[in-house]
Design a protein around this ligand. Structure first.
Ligand SMILES: O=C(O)Cc1cc(O)ccc1O
Ligand SMILES: [Fe+2]
Length: 451
């Protein structure tokens, strides 16, 4: 692609540009021109050399697939040289923030990583197409809705018939499943195997389904055996039977559709079981949180509760990640999530509380989706606050439970999520509009006493 066009596309990713797709149409016009030429009644055509774009000299660093870095010589020593990724305070003075793009998952073996970190004068939170946010989904009020009837699909990828892919659902219900149970023939739900959901009050939640493989604990590597989720904290119910003769509805999810059959007795009639393909529950409060205790921002893979690995080492079909209550102690660091693009799709939900990167608009019972390689990060208020605050050890996320379903698959969003739910936030882009540039080309590290 010509440099000039690249620049146009780049400008489209400015946070204040509402819709990047408009500028991308320039690409399409090029194809239209080609079509016009082919309608000319001529078979002898010759072109003079096409003009090279007039551009200023560009310096290069050499090597293929080498981890290297370079700074614009107009800024002293190129700001990439600072020893960490997400600076705050004096370290942040001549730039806004690091803007990493991850071409490989956080969990890939080091030899296969593909990523770059750039330093920007203005945080870039770009194109609209891949960033969606939903207000809290409504609980039913007028009629009784149980878990099965209140289940709606938000997004997904793959196909249960080829046993590959994921699906994300929300459920909103106000009634227990009475004499009704459900099982899933397509894959594993993060919530259980054959089940009947009883509730005490109106209830709302999120479900992640995987068509291939099963959830397991992540490899702990250098963390050792005592961090993150501990096997002993996963609880599987003992066998408990009920001997009831009555009409029971058994709902099966098969190839993406729900089928219901009735039988004359309770399906919960197991008097004993053994094995390890069993439903379980886990109290997120038991998660042993690992993080940086010096400086810099660790990738959220440190908060992985469960993962479903693919056949490629380090590439997950889906990771279930939480942002638990914890101490935040990193020095010189912009502590909220960095601005970034990720080769994974990130679906986030909030069970209760406030997510630090977006105190406004991302609400309990709502959701957001940051699709593959779509830039995103903290809203303007969070950016200003965390850029300027005095850093002391502090508790964060108390009274909050936010989570992320992260998948290496590119998710399609359902019509229900876009239109039927009535909850899509058309204004999501505006949360980045107030971001100001802090860039000062003239800044030199020695200007600051701390360096
Ligand atoms: O986008 C998000 O808010 C989730 C997230 C948090 C974080 O600390 C680093 C990366 C990331 O994707
Ligand atoms: Fe993210």
């Amino acid at each position: 692609m010509k440099e000039a066009e690249l620049r146009v596309l780049d400008r489209s990713s400015h946070p204040k540009t509402r819709d990047a797709r408009i500028l991308c149409h320039r690409d399409k016009t090029i194809h239209n021109d080609v079509l016009t030429v082919s309608t000319l009644n001529s078979f002898q055509l010759r072109w003079a050399p096409f003009d090279l774009p007039v551009s200023s000299a560009v310096d290069f660093v050499d090597g293929l697939n080498t981890i290297c870095g370079a700074g614009d010589p107009r800024t002293r020593n190129g700001v990439c040289v600072i020893g960490f990724h997400v600076p705050q305070g004096d370290e942040q003075k001549d730039l806004v923030l690091s803007d990493p793009a991850f071409g490989s998952p956080f969990t890939i073996p080091e030899t296969a990583t593909k990523k770059h970190h750039s330093r920007l004068g203005l945080a870039r939170c770009h194109s609209e197409s891949g960033r969606l946010r939903w207000a809290p989904f409504d609980l039913p009020v007028s009629s009784a809705v149980d878990f099965v009837d209140g289940l709606n699909t938000i997004c997904g990828a793959g196909d249960p018939r080829t046993r590959n892919g994921v699906c994300v659902y929300v459920y909103c219900c106000n009634a227990s499943m009475i004499n009704r149970c459900m099982y899933n023939s397509d894959g594993d739900f993060l919530i259980g195997m054959k089940f009947s959901v009883s509730i005490e009050e109106p209830s709302r939640g999120y479900v992640l389904e995987i068509f291939d493989g099963h959830f397991q604990l992540p490899n702990l590597g250098p963390i050792g055996s005592n961090g993150l989720a501990q096997p002993r904290d996963f609880l599987t119910p003992m066998a408990k039977f009920e001997d009831i003769e009555a009409d029971f509805a058994v709902v099966s999810k098969f190839q993406g559709q729900l089928f219901q059959a009735t039988q004359g007795h309770s399906p919960f009639d197991a008097v004993a079981w053994h094995g390890n393909y069993v439903p379980y529950k886990y109290d997120l409060a038991k998660f042993v949180v690992i993080n940086s205790v010096s400086f810099d921002h660790c990738d959220p893979s440190i908060f992985t509760v469960l993962t479903c690995p693919s056949t490629k080492p380090g590439v997950a079909i889906a990771d279930f990640v939480i942002f638990p209550p914890r101490w935040s102690v990193q020095q010189h660091t912009f502590r909220p999530p960095y601005y970034h693009r990720n080769c994974m799709s990130e679906f986030m939900g909030l069970i209760y509380g406030n997510y630090e990167a977006k105190e406004e608009g991302f609400l309990p019972g709502g959701a957001s989706l940051h699709s593959m390689m779509t830039p995103h990060g903290p809203d303007a208020a969070c950016f200003e606050g965390a850029s300027n605050c005095f850093l002391r050890p502090e508790r964060i996320a108390d009274g909050t439970q936010a989570f992320m379903f992260e998948t290496s698959l590119s998710l399609a969003v359902t019509t229900w999520a876009l239109h039927g739910s009535g909850k899509l936030d058309d204004d999501y882009y505006s949360c980045w509009q107030g971001i100001r540039s802090h860039f000062r080309e003239s800044w030199r590290p020695e200007d600051d006493e701390m360096r």
